[in-house]
Design a protein around this ligand. Structure first.
Ligand SMILES: Cc1cc2nc3c(=O)[nH]c(=O)nc-3n(C[C@H](O)[C@H](O)[C@H](O)COP(=O)(O)O)c2cc1C
Length: 208
């Protein structure tokens, strides 16, 4: 396959879903901004034509609770409806979460749960990648748990390359604002995005 065939058509979107407990892989505080993505957007725009990242802040979602559902299970609180619509509209997903006790954060699980409800399966049959950061394992155990959660949701995660960043090792990977500054790690991030893009394309072609 030629390199240019790996590019998705215009305006193909990734939805980047970031845990609000610790913003993004770098682990800084979430400022609630739609633009806060710690460098992923920059890497995407610089190196990956045709791919757009649409960052979703999940901090406003209520706790997942079937008692809040209406319309026979297909109606949701307004924030949840808006979140589900954006997940549904995405071509693929980039999950960003720190590792909390060998898993993703509670807010990330909450977001996954909300979009799993109802008769419309928002996550199903789409490509996804995970970026995470942590201590000794770089958040790798949390991302494995996310893969497990994704089985029932029918999310297709890329296997390679993995992106687990040992956030507290030297040389520093992030600046004081949590932006990914380490050149080697940015290169790794670029390869993750290229792999995700290629996999999303393959899945879309299967539908044709
Ligand atoms: C409740 C909680 C559980 C955590 N569990 C893990 C863990 O299992 N593995 C890990 O590498 N780091 C863990 N951490 C550390 C986070 O990864 C770290 O807080 C995150 O990378 C953000 O870094 P910062 O606190 O310097 O902003 C945990 C942090 C919290 C608050």
């Amino acid at each position: 396959m030629r390199a240019d065939e790996l590019r998705l058509p215009n305006n193909t979107e990734i939805v980047e879903i970031s845990s609000d407990d610790d913003e993004e892989a770098g682990g800084t505080e979430d400022n609630g901004s739609e633009d806060s993505d710690n460098g992923t957007q920059e890497v995407c725009e610089e190196f990956i034509p045709g791919l757009q990242i649409d960052h979703i802040d999940i901090s406003n979602l209520p706790n997942a609770n079937p008692d809040l559902e209406t319309d026979g299970g297909d109606g949701f609180p307004p924030e949840v409806e808006a979140f589900r619509a954006r997940v549904l509209a995405a071509d693929c997903f980039l999950f960003a979460s720190p590792e909390y006790n060998y898993s993703v954060t509670g807010s990330m699980k909450n977001a996954l749960d909300w979009a799993s409800r109802g008769s419309v399966k928002c996550w199903a049959d789409k490509a996804a990648a995970i970026v995470c950061a942590g201590a000794d394992f770089g958040g790798g155990r949390g991302s494995l748990h996310l893969c497990q959660i994704g089985i029932y949701l029918d999310i297709h995660f890329i296997n390679k390359p993995e992106f687990h960043v040992r956030a507290f090792d030297d040389p520093p990977k992030f600046d004081a604002d949590g932006n990914l500054t380490d050149a080697k790690t940015r290169e790794r991030l670029k390869r993750v995005l290229l792999s995700l893009q290629a996999f999303a394309l393959r899945l879309q072609r299967k539908e044709e």
